[in-house]
Design a protein around this ligand. Structure first.
Ligand SMILES: [Zn+2]
Length: 83
C-alpha cells in the first residue's frame, strides 16, 4: 500500500504565455518566467515566485508544527512496536 503524502502534486515550470498569478491578480507572470504549478482537480494553478515562496514557507511551518505535536505524544504509539 502506498504511503499517503500530505503534499499535493506540485512542480516548477516556465510560463508559455503571460498571465496573472492565481494568488494575486496584481502579480504578472511574463512569458518564460519560472512559476510554481500546483495540481487543482484536473488542471493546474500557477503562482509567481513571491507567492510560491510564501506558500512553501507556510506549509513547511505547518509540517514542522505537526511534527512537533506528534513528537510530544508519549511513546510508545499504539500501533508501533517499541524497539
Ligand atoms: Zn503571486
Amino acid at each position: 500500500m502506498a504511503i499517503k503524502s500530505l503534499i499535493t502534486p506540485v512542480g516548477i515550470d516556465t510560463a508559455s504565455k503571460a498571465h496573472n498569478c492565481q494568488a494575486n491578480a496584481k502579480h504578472r507572470i511574463e512569458k518564460g518566467h519560472v512559476r510554481l504549478k500546483v495540481r487543482n482537480g484536473r488542471s493546474w494553478d500557477h503562482y509567481c515566485l513571491a507567492c510560491a515562496r510564501n506558500i512553501i514557507g507556510r506549509d513547511i511551518q505547518k509540517l514542522i508544527e505537526l511534527q512537533e505535536s506528534l513528537s510530544s505524544v508519549p511513546a510508545p504509539l499504539g500501533h508501533i512496536k517499541a524497539a
